[in-house]
Design a binder for this molecule. Sequence first.
Ligand SMILES: NC(=O)c1ccc[n+]([C@@H]2O[C@H](COP(=O)([O-])OP(=O)(O)OC[C@H]3O[C@@H](n4cnc5c(N)ncnc54)[C@H](O)[C@@H]3O)[C@@H](O)[C@H]2O)c1
Length: 235
Amino acid sequence: MSSAVVTGAAGGLGRAMVRRLAEDGPVLAVDLSEAVEDVAADLVDEGFDVRAVRADLTQPEGITAVVLEADRVRLLVNNAGITRDARLVKMERQHFDAVLAVNLGAVFELTSALVPSMEDGGSVVSISSRAYLGNFGQFNYAMSKGAVVGLTRALSLQLAPRIRANAIAPGLIETPMAQAIPDEILERMIGAIPMGRMGTPDDIAEAVAWLGDGERSGYVTGHVLVVGGGRSLSR
Ligand SMILES: NC(=O)c1ccc[n+]([C@@H]2O[C@H](COP(=O)([O-])OP(=O)(O)OC[C@H]3O[C@@H](n4cnc5c(N)ncnc54)[C@H](O)[C@@H]3O)[C@@H](O)[C@H]2O)c1
């Protein structure tokens, strides 16, 4: 049976994606962190077909490790991502490079490596962020997530009609990252969301599952799906 590959699978959103996609078929869970082994083991205990690969996707060996383990891929979810926030003048070169390497370089490398052998009708879903529109103090992050949108658009043109390529731009999602925001600021941020709440990892996982399923979203490609509770182009 064809499988889904999810990167950043040990993270807040990645875990929810692996669980949701495991309901549809085998999943290869990829992460730099050894916690990915537990993510897979817990789901195997529940009867799902989930395997784990530890890989640093910024390194050629990491990309090769995923390619060797991946089998009949129908869905690639480029979800691994990092932040190293700073204002422009305080941005250190190493933080700039690190964010671009994971959020953009790894997406390009893994997609290039897996797409040739992907099944016809397959789908690439890359996780951008609503921050691609610009976020204070997130110069490198916003830039990387905007580049993911450009990459997705270009990819969709090149791969159609064999494979679709879409991006998801999550808004504020209930993850450890959001829990670290001071209460007062968080309340203000939630106040700006028309739906009146943060998104959940399951909200994003469900969007991934839909975009990954050619039966349900087969005419959608080159699209950026903002899953942000109605807060899209406004600040
Ligand atoms: N959480 C949010 O509110 C939010 C909002 C918008 C977009 N996003 C995006 O969603 C994605 C997932 O975010 P999250 O909140 O789950 O983050 P997270 O930090 O919980 O998870 C990210 C995972 O990526 C892995 N990773 C980092 N560098 C890697 C590398 N070089 N190779 C392999 N794996 C690596 C980490 O080990 C981690 O498990 C990211 O791309 C993030 O930018 C998140």
